[in-house]
Design a protein around this ligand. Structure first.
Ligand code: NAP
Length: 223
């Protein structure tokens, strides 16, 4: 169980990645607010997940979910990142915003296509302003894994300009059953976002369900 119980809103929590994070965080003992464009859909998803795993889970429309939470995770398609940021902008002020957006541009999702701002997370930070601590994470973990109960071998790169906020998110990665690594400033999110297209290509070539990355080396062994 998590050491500190948080209230986390998952914007787009009715979807694949958000649903998986909601599931894992609720199982770790956090209060989870599933967000959707439709409050009724969010409530249905919350009831279904609660019926399956128990826990403290409710559903709200995205704007209300962001306002009611302590930490907000954004898990919507890249094409909808900006409209959803407009909906949650007021509600996330003063909070940590975890951005899992990958700038995939169909149909060539196996090709790296970063936005002109360098990354989707940097673009999010510019839009919501300095009052929000944007931390980028979870771009390289397949939702299939989060939606299962199996042990996940994949690591998560966590980038953000506020080290304390990054530290909180590294803890939430671990609560979700994964290893999280401090990966530097938010600008470094471009590396994780780009890597997703590489992993999609590997999944297709080798018929893998949700390939991921693993950092090697032993923490503390260097002087
Ligand atoms: N799937 C993965 O394995 C994975 C892994 C790493 C990162 N990601 C990234 O995480 C984000 C979410 O991926 P996903 O696969 O979970 O997406 P998804 O299931 O297709 O969509 C997530 C949610 O976003 C909302 N949404 C869908 N279309 C929308 C629209 N036109 N406008 C506003 N909201 C819309 C929907 O919620 P409501 O209809 O309830 O509003 C939907 O349930 C993406 O940026 C993706 O690149 C995904």
């Amino acid at each position: 169980m998590a050491e500190t119980k948080r209230t986390i809103a998952v914007i787009g929590g009715t979807g694949a990645l958000g649903g998986g994070l909601a599931r894992r965080w609720a199982k770790a003992g956090h209060k989870v607010i599933i967000g959707s464009r439709e409050a009724g859909k969010a409530q249905e998803a919350a009831e279904a997940l609660k019926g399956e795993i128990g826990g403290d889970i409710v559903g709200m429309d995205n704007g209300a979910a962001a306002a009611a939470a302590e930490i907000v995770a954004l898990t919507v398609p890249f094409s909808n990142q900006r409209p959803m940021l407009e909906v949650i902008k007021d509600g996330v002020q003063g909070k940590i915003l975890i951005d899992a957006t990958v700038p995939l541009v169909p149909p060539k999702v196996g090709r790296v296509q970063l936005p002109e701002e360098d990354s989707a997370a940097v673009r999010a930070q510019a839009f919501v302003g300095e009052g929000v601590k944007v931390v980028a994470a979870f771009q390289n973990i397949g939702a299939e894994h989060l939606n299962s109960d199996h042990h996940i071998e994949c690591d998560v790169l966590v980038s953000g300009d506020d080290i304390d906020a990054r530290d909180v998110v590294v803890g939430l990665v671990e609560d979700a059953g994964l290893k999280g690594w401090h990966a530097g400033p938010l600008a470094n999110s471009s590396a994780a976002e780009a890597l997703t297209s590489v992993l999609i290509t590997i999944n297709r070539r080798y018929k893998i369900i949700g390939s991921g990355i693993k950092i090697t080396g032993t923490p503390g062994e260097a002087a």
